[in-house]
Design a protein around this ligand. Structure first.
Ligand code: SDX
Length: 429
């Protein structure tokens, strides 16, 4: 007999089933609550609410654990490639040599975008934010690949997934070239995924460009670390849109838009802006820590805190080491890194941050690495989207394959006016 939770509401008592996950996480299943009691639950920001069960990614925020399909992020960061990790997230297991070769070749064959899509870029203002361009162009893919509702296990959906993985780097690099007035660079399919992206970003028709293997290796790590993170805001958005049976391009577009916010993926851009402001102001780190603690100030220490991690974000730990290694290998000493380390050290000793368990998150160091790679600050969140794409796809696929899946339609507690009259306009004040 599975465990239940007893709920007393006035003189009514009901038993609610308890769900236990494979990592012993427990949940009270309230799906019968309203039918049995007329009550619903309310949980601002979904701090305590599970939207689904999922077999893709496990996070233990208290112990700083992150695993994709059970494999620790530290192992994948050291041993895997981004496309192999993408396959793992989407298909649920590590690919054989043949499966990886086939998957890689499929992605390679779809890296070009329709020539008509390139004309969209002519219409964007030169200073358009690249996340706006990314969302617009990804959404437009559904006009080039039009099909009726796509079955979850269909070849059509598999092809759309490959198209997105293959074309997003091309679309992203195009946004960068647009912003600097340089011509688009076509993908070169003999290159690896990361090499190809850097080539499209930084090569020009005017001269030979050799991709630095250190950059390729660093980008591979960054994309793996960002590849999935269970029910974060943007992934939950992708699942939400998938639940209406909108097409995959629409769901991924929604994920891109959700990621853009400074509380989420937009934080990596904000971290660099914060560090640049700190350097320019010459103010002490303590002054910024005090501002972050001041309830009258809206200032937050960008790159710090996390809804789930109440211990170190394991990705931040890996990125901090990668940061040191990359800057040393490139013989760069970036004062922003020194400020970041001083800020981290001071915050981790401060009772405000300790009591609230605020630690550096994935965004705290990633911006410094992107900056060292000459990625423009406004494209940092685009880089996050490139990494998160396989996670979004995996969750859309998992949702689609869920037997008896329902449209996501939360309830609310209404607090507006009760029955009101329609006042004729001449009598209104
Ligand atoms: C990502 O969900 C994911 O998994 C996201 C992500 C992923 O991979 O998808 O990990 C990627 O989005 C990482 C987070 C990047 N965002 C930032 O770095 C922005 C700065 N961080 C904060 O905005 C905040 O920490 C959040 C949004 C990340 C988490 O917010 P919560 O969980 O809603 O926590 P909260 O805002 O309720 O904060 C709790 C307390 C509050 O103080 P009190 O009201 O208790 O006095 O901590 C304070 C907050 O004011 N606080 C901060 C702070 N973050 C929280 N104070 C100063 N600086 C901060 N950064």
């Amino acid at each position: 007999m599975s465990e239940t939770a007893e709920l007393k509401l006035g003189d009514q008592k009901i038993d609610l089933p308890i769900i236990v996950g494979s990592e012993q996480e427990k949940a009270v299943d309230v799906s019968s609550l309203r039918a049995k009691t007329g009550f619903i639950t309310l949980d601002n920001g979904y701090m305590n609410t599970g939207a689904c069960t999922s077999a893709i990614t496990f996070i233990d925020g208290e112990r700083g654990i992150l695993r994709y399909r059970g494999i620790p992020i530290e192992v994948l960061a050291e041993k895997s490639t981004f496309l192999e990790t993408a396959y793992l997230l989407i298909e649920g297991k590590l690919p054989t040599q043949d499966q990886l070769e086939n998957f890689t070749n499929r992605v390679r064959r779809h890296t070009m975008i329709h020539e008509d899509i390139k004309r969209f870029y002519d219409g964007f203002p030169r200073d358009a934010h690249p996340m706006a361009i990314l969302a617009s162009v990804v959404s437009s893919l559904s006009t080039f690949y039009q099909h009726e509702e796509v079955r979850p296990d269909s070849e059509q959906l598999s092809l759309d997934m490959v198209r997105l993985l293959a074309k997003l780097p091309t679309i992203a690099a195009g946004a960068y070239k647009k912003s600097i007035g340089q011509p688009f660079v076509y993908p070169q399919n003999h290159m690896s995924y990361c090499e190809n992206f850097l080539h499209m970003m930084f090569s020009t028709p005017a001269e030979r460009y050799d991709v630095d293997p250190v950059m390729t290796e660093t980008l591979n790590l960054l994309l793996i670390l960002h590849a999935d993170h269970e029910q974060n805001c943007s992934t939950s958005t992708v699942r939400m849109v998938s639940s209406s049976k909108a097409n995959l391009f629409a769901a991924i577009t929604a994920g891109i838009c959700a990621l853009w916010g400074p509380r989420h993926g937009g934080a990596n851009e904000e971290v660099i802006d914060m560090l640049l402001e700190m350097r320019a102001s010459g103010d002490s780190v303590k002054k910024y820590i005090d501002r972050a603690k001041d309830k009258n100030s809206k200032f937050k220490l960008m790159g710090f805190g996390h809804r789930v991690y109440k211990n170190f974000d394991p990705r931040a730990k890996i990125l901090k080491a990668a940061c040191d290694k990359l800057l040393a290998r490139m013989k760069i000493s970036d004062p922003l890194l020194d400020i970041a380390k001083e800020l981290e050290e001071a915050a981790l000793k401060d009772s405000y941050f300790i009591e609230r368990k605020l630690y550096p998150n994935v965004d705290f160091y990633s911006g410094i690495i992107y900056k060292a790679m000459n990625i423009p600050t406004r494209a940092f969140t685009v880089m996050f989207a490139l990494g998160r794409l396989p996670g979004w796809i995996a969750h859309a696929k998992e949702y689609g394959e869920e037997v008896g899946n329902k449209i996501n339609r939360p309830r609310q507690v209404y607090t507006g006016p009760t029955l009101a009259e329609y006042i004729p306009i001449n009598n209104r004040v």
